[in-house]
Design a protein. Structure first.
Length: 499
């Protein structure tokens, strides 16, 4: 058996203990479950929000829908890179901070730091911490924390200014011209909502910090309180004060600032957010890795956006069926996202400690849980979707196309789960360059497949292409570990890890 095959087999060895309630199992559960609940809370709150807005009228509902789509798309470009990079850097620095409790590990890190500081090209965030200076401090000293909050605030202000001055042109581009009855309410909502952008990005930066220190409960509590605030304020501002869509926007803005204040108050009790010197800031590292992930997000988004565009060109029936299948396909990813966050936090900490045994044990366990989760979701969707699809539409032609898409939506669940878990593993290894470049290659192949297969096989071709797209993402994850390259080069040097 080749070394690459050994590594592949090793990732799924000991699968009998995949659900064991040992220390690693508890750690994964404590991080992933609150994360999943927090991710699920926002869509539920948005659904209730939409119900209130729908009571104003269909024009306002459609207008707000367009504005929310624009706001979310612009925010997404900054949120995913900011949160992902912050989580990894904070986890590394927090692991280095905690090494002060283990003298032998502390001595090892100091030696490594001395070596890496002599060679700036090899330096990592964990080497930028003066461990000796931290003895006696009650709060953690994590330079990336304050850096991420500052960057989040600046990006939020830029997003606010961008949306204020470009709201009308963007809405015109989206099809809302000056004759559209939706233009004024959409523009009013989007401009008002943009004032919440700084709170959104600052709170997401702080969520990345909490994930890095493996505390996902605090963001969950803050999110729930913020969403409840939004739900309470909606009827008060929309109907009682008669502010209409403006009231809905204001309610959402207030809820986001409530979340930010709760997170900031909680974070200040745990982390020293005032850097000892300007050199402690990690702006360059966050921006560099963030730009790499921005490219990845753009590449991944292009595939899904193109598939929707192709479906729309095939007619309203095809688009309706595709949209229903796509929403189900993406909604199930929330569960795997919780595992990805757990993997990122645990592996970043283990890599910082040079604990390669835990790196492989954690990666193996997470992939096994992801595979089982995917299989369960697959069986669940295969069983229920043929009947549940009628909850979304009564149109016979749309239902017929949905039945064509169901096998692909259900069968790809294990592949999707593994792909998302691999994202968390790569981020935990701070392998942002590979994540970005591999996604570009996957996107190029997938875009070609989408055009070719959809032109030949229509709706079925779109879903075959998307299935190949997710399979390639999963393959890219296996390839990195299997070849023992990048951060996984330790597998070539330490054969004991493979045993």
């Amino acid at each position: 058996m080749s070394t690459g095959e050994m590594r592949f087999v090793m990732l799924f060895s000991g699968i009998r203990n995949v659900l064991a309630r040992d220390d690693l199992g508890q750690e994964i559960l404590q991080i992933s479950l609150p994360t999943t609940l927090a991710l699920a809370a926002d869509p539920i709150a948005s659904l209730i929000d939409t119900a209130f807005i729908g009571q104003i009228g269909p024009v306002e509902l459609a207008a707000v829908g367009v504005s929310i789509a624009i706001f979310n798309q612009v925010s997404k470009l900054a949120i995913i890179p900011l949160v992902s990079v912050t989580t990894s850097l904070v986890a590394e620095e927090d692991a280095a901070e905690n090494l002060q409790t283990d003298p032998s590990e502390k001595e090892m890190l100091i030696k490594v730091s001395s070596t890496e500081q002599a060679d700036p090209e090899c330096s990592s965030s964990s080497t930028n911490i003066d461990i000796a200076a931290k003895l006696g401090h009650d709060k953690s000293h994590i330079p990336s924390a304050s850096s991420a909050i500052v960057i989040g605030g600046l990006l939020g202000v830029l997003q606010t200014l961008f949306l204020i001055f470009t709201a009308k042109p963007i809405l015109n581009y989206m099809g809302l011209d000056s004759n559209s009855s939706m233009l004024k309410p959409a523009q009013r909502y989007l401009i008002l909502r943009s004032f919440g952008a700084p709170a959104v990005l600052i709170s997401m930066a702080m969520q990345g910090i909490f994930r890095g220190i493996k505390d996902t409960r605090t963001p969950l509590y803050a999110t729930i309180i913020g969403d409840v605030t939004n739900i309470i304020l909606d009827p008060l501002l929309i109907f009682i004060l008669r502010l209409g869509v403006s009231g809905a926007a204001i309610a959402h803005i207030i809820s986001q600032y409530v979340i930010s204040l709760i997170l900031l108050w909680s974070l200040m009790k745990q982390v020293d957010l005032l850097p000892s010197s300007i050199r402690d800031f990690q702006f360059r590292k966050i921006l560099k890795n963030g730009c790499l992930l921005l490219v990845k997000v753009a590449a991944a988004t292009s595939c899904v956006t193109l598939s929707a565009s192709i479906a729309a060109r095939q007619g309203p029936t095809t688009m309706a069926a595709f949209q229903i299948c796509l929403q189900i396909w993406m909604a199930t990813s929330l569960l795997a996202d919780g595992l990805a966050v757990a993997g990122q936090a645990i592996l970043a900490s283990a890599f910082a400690r040079r604990d390669y045994s835990k790196v492989m044990t954690s990666a193996s366990r997470l992939l096994q849980i992801g595979l089982i989760l995917g299989l369960i979701l697959s069986l669940f969707l295969f069983s229920l979707l043929p009947f549940a699809s009628r909850l979304f539409t009564n149109d016979i032609n749309v239902l017929r196309l949905i039945s064509v898409g169901i096998p692909y939506v259900a069968a790809t669940q294990p592949i999707n789960a593994l792909a998302f878990v691999f994202d968390g593993i790569n981020y935990g290894a701070s392998d942002f360059t590979y994540s970005s470049y591999s996604m570009i290659m996957v996107a190029l192949v997938s875009i070609f497949n989408l055009y070719m297969l959809s032109s030949s096989y229509g709706f079925t071709g779109i879903w075959v292409a998307l299935s190949i797209y997710m399979s390639l993402r999963t393959f890219a994850g296996f390839w990195r570990i299997g070849t023992g390259t990048g951060p996984w080069s330790f597998l070539n040097e330490n054969s004991a890890v493979l045993k």
